[in-house]
Design a binder for this molecule. Structure first.
Ligand SMILES: Cc1cc2nc3c(=O)[nH]c(=O)nc-3n(C[C@H](O)[C@H](O)[C@H](O)COP(=O)(O)O)c2cc1C
Length: 331
């Protein structure tokens, strides 16, 4: 590891470690970093694509956007103001983003709280408590998305909740019948001793049942245990859709950063969150969701937010495996 942006090698390593703690679809960790003295480049790791679940790499870029947000927060923790260029083109071929030093800065209290939340944030698939998420918390989550040039749509009315449940269920059903999607889920879940990626059983939550109110992804392929069902889940979770204003990679990278800012903000408020991505992964259902949201915003990911008990951390690949050689091109 070399030093970069005025930071010592071990500080750069700590920054990349923070970036790698971001959430990613099936914990694929589809990111790589090139460290140069004057910039850190973020690249997609195209060997970690999920072609059946995420054929357009949209969730791959959301995940990379989340890693970019963590990287920005970690740099601020070391007193560096990150100067980010999204999709830099010629200056860093193939990169999703470059981050340079834009001078020094003293992180404010909000940034310090987000920094503290980076290692403690987790996807929590357990049942949440019945106590609701109050208006102050909702406002903080909406603001977090807005600060990242995106939008958080809170699924509010009874009709909206019913529509959303229907869309989640329908998309879930379509994915259940898609062998490619199921094979990718299986490849990244279950018993994988020593794995540094994927979703370990301890993080899988309870096994979903057909009668559940919300259709959660089944992270227990081939397993028959833990007979909890929808009635054990909270009756009225806060469901929120992270939306972008733009279609394509720019909007996805913005939404990925927004998603992570929302998740870290939730963590600072003592809230837990999990994902219900099925309706944004099935193209036709995503279109329906887009229309249900008024047609202007692009739904990128669906979150369930509430209060719960703590869950263990998922594994991460060592930083050394995430590095691109300074001379290697990813094109
Ligand atoms: C774009 C995206 C989509 C995801 N979709 C789902 C999902 O539908 N269901 C789910 O249980 N987890 C989902 N996850 C959560 C990942 O599985 C989780 O981030 C990963 O296993 C790492 O665990 P951690 O978030 O606890 O660090 C998603 C994450 C991302 C970034």
């Amino acid at each position: 590891m070399i030093g970069a942006l005025g930071l010592a090698p071990d500080q750069v390593e700590a920054v990349l470690r923070s970036a790698s703690l971001a959430p990613s679809v099936h914990n694929t960790q589809p990111w790589r970093f090139r460290v140069l003295p004057d910039r850190i480049e973020l690249h997609a790791d195209l060997d970690r694509r999920l072609p059946a679940t995420d054929p357009e790499d949209r969730e791959l870029r959301l995940s990379c956007g989340a890693a970019l947000f963590n990287l920005r927060v970690a740099l601020q923790g070391f007193g560096v103001r990150p100067l980010v260029t999204i999709l830099p083109g010629q200056e860093a071929p193939g990169a999703l983003a470059t981050v340079r030093r834009g001078g020094g800065l003293k992180p404010d209290d909000e940034m310090l709280a987000l920094l503290k939340a980076v290692p403690t944030r987790r996807t929590n698939r357990r049942p949440f408590f019945e106590s609701g998420v109050d208006a102050r918390h909702r406002h903080a989550l909406v603001r977090a998305a807005e600060l990242e040039r995106s939008w958080l749509h809170i699924v509010g009315t009874r009709e909206e909740v019913a529509t959303m449940k229907g869309l989640v269920r329908r998309a879930h059903q379509i994915q259940q019948e898609n062998d490619g999607v199921q094979a990718e889920l299986e490849a990244f879940t279950g018993h994988r001793p020593g794995a540094t990626d994927g979703v370990p059983r301890a993080s899988a939550g309870v096994r979903p049942e057909a009668q559940d109110e919300w259709a959660f992804r089944d992270f227990h392929p081939g397993q028959q245990h833990q007979r909890l069902s929808g009635k054990d889940y909270e009756s009225n979770p806060l469901v929120a859709v992270v939306c972008s204003h733009y279609d394509g990679p720019l909007g996805e990278l913005q939404a990925g950063q927004a998603m992570q800012r929302v998740l870290l903000t939730a963590t600072t408020l003592g809230l837990s969150a999990s994902f219900m991505s099925q309706p944004v992964e099935v193209w036709a259902v995503r279109e329906e969701l887009r229309r249900a949201l008024g047609g202007m915003l692009l739904p990128q990911t669906v979150l369930r937010v509430g209060f719960s008990t703590p869950v263990p951390a998922t594994p991460r690949r060592p930083v050394a495996e995430l590095l691109l050689e300074p001379t290697t091109s990813t094109n």
